[in-house]
Design a binder for this molecule. Structure first.
Ligand SMILES: Cc1cc2nc3c(=O)[nH]c(=O)nc-3n(C[C@H](O)[C@H](O)[C@H](O)COP(=O)(O)OP(=O)(O)OC[C@H]3O[C@@H](n4cnc5c(N)ncnc54)[C@H](O)[C@@H]3O)c2cc1C
Length: 379
């Protein structure tokens, strides 16, 4: 197979599809290794795709704040919502101003698909490398070569390899002498040390906590999991964690001093699910008896629940991570077009860049904003 196009987009995910939808250019190809488009969109947001957030600020992202601001302001959350609304999407707003599809993430994919001619898709095609010979790029795939005047790398990060993620975007960047900042799994659960193995007995239970990690304070739900801890609070904490300790307040709304005169059993005063309270009391070696009969030493131990400090052993890894932290450094990308400052007509979009959003729709917003900026740059 030999093909020649004006623009080759590598990746039929959020950013690649939005770019293809925005481009009026007909001579394009969208290459993806999956047999269907938008595979990550489909599994996102618990199957309902959290497309954006009512409040998007550069501080919701890790990465160069100026670069992020310059890109997002061109196509912000209101633009994303208006673009999809014009095409029939009626999202629902959940807590923290997160916008989700009403029924299924398929609603987003169907809209994007309708905007793109099916002829441009080249699916079940894995890109292996990209080279530039003179003015033309040569894309080597498992199904032959494609020649293109312009190449857009929209191939995402390393998370969820089972639905197509590969390192190709980073490999292409490196082969063109771009710097790729350290990659790690992000928005992911933590594995725990032997001292916290008792967490496993609470697997499946969720509760609201406050996590303090460096200067960052995160108030959300934590989920005890078989492998450690997960849930929104932990996923966000993973963005800010490299190694070392985190502190969890398991009683964010409780003032322990107020409980000291209670005649109730301690486990019933804490406002925790009974199994959690009893398990922690046992782990801290505190007898579960009337709160007003606990001695000073026991109250001191109990205070640990307000600032439970421990070092996670690691993370659940890329197979469970929602995103990849790190990526192609934005210092070498033009924020006005997403074009490489090193290689003319080579572009990078979405998650492959060193920009990572918190949980809450910020990563799709980033994918859509970068696609818009690129579409304008390609006009
Ligand atoms: C389980 C899960 C839930 C998520 N939920 C949300 C959410 O609700 N809201 C939110 O904002 N973000 C969410 N995210 C993150 C979000 O999905 C990504 O940040 C976003 O999809 C990135 O868009 P992208 O276009 O950069 O890459 P992707 O959407 O990942 O698209 C890249 C495409 O390139 C293809 N590809 C990779 N390598 C090759 C190759 N060698 N050859 C050809 N094709 C290749 C991939 O198969 C993929 O289809 C979630 C992620 C996961 C894993």
């Amino acid at each position: 197979m030999k093909k020649e196009v004006d623009i080759a987009i590598i990746g039929a995910g959020a950013s690649g599809l939005m770019l293809a939808a925005l481009l009026e250019e007909k001579n394009i190809v969208v290459i993806d290794n999956n047999s269907k488009i938008g595979s990550k969109i489909l599994v996102s947001g618990g199957g309902k795709c959290n497309i954006t957030n009512g409040k998007v600020k550069p501080s919701n992202y890790l990465g160069n704040q100026r670069f992020i601001r310059n890109v997002i302001k061109r196509f912000d959350q209101n633009d994303v919502l208006a673009w999809f609304a014009k095409r029939g999407l009626k999202p629902v707003v959940r807590k923290h101003q997160q916008y989700f599809c009403e029924n299924s993430a398929k609603e987003v994919i169907d809209i994007l698909r309708r905007e793109i001619s099916s002829k441009v898709f080249q699916l079940e095609t894995a890109v292996q490398k990209v080279e530039k010979n003179g003015e033309l790029f040569e894309i080597t795939t498992n199904k032959g070569k494609i020649h293109a005047s312009k190449v857009v790398v929209a191939s995402g990060g390393l998370s969820f390899p089972k639905i197509g993620a590969t390192s190709i975007g980073y490999d292409i960047a490196k082969s063109f002498d771009h710097k790729v900042n350290t990659l790690t799994a992000g928005l992911v659960g933590f594995t725990v040390q032997p001292e916290q193995f008792f967490f496993k007995s609470l697997s499946g239970i969720a509760l609201d906590v406050r996590i303090i990690i460096g200067h960052k304070v995160i108030e959300e739900a934590l989920l005890f999991a078989h492998k450690g801890i997960s849930g929104p609070a932990v996923l966000d904490a993973s963005l800010y964690w490299e190694k070392g300790k985190i502190t969890i307040d398991f009683l964010p709304t409780v003032n322990l001093a107020m409980l000291k005169s209670s005649k109730k059993h301690v486990s019933r005063t804490l406002g925790l699910p009974s199994r959690v309270a009893k398990t922690f009391l046992q782990a801290l070696n505190i007898e579960d008896k009337a709160a007003n009969s606990l001695n000073r030493e026991a109250w001191k131990k109990l205070e640990q629940l307000k600032s439970y400090s421990f070092a996670p052993a690691g993370t659940f890894g890329y197979s469970k991570a929602e995103v990849t932290k790190g990526g192609v450094t934005t210092d070498e990308i033009d924020a006005g077009s997403m074009m490489s400052r090193k290689v003319e007509n080579l572009y990078f979009l979405g998650e492959v860049l060193d920009v990572t959003g918190e949980l809450g729709g910020y990563n799709f917003q980033w994918a859509f904003s970068t696609a818009f900026v690129c579409a304008k740059g390609l006009e």
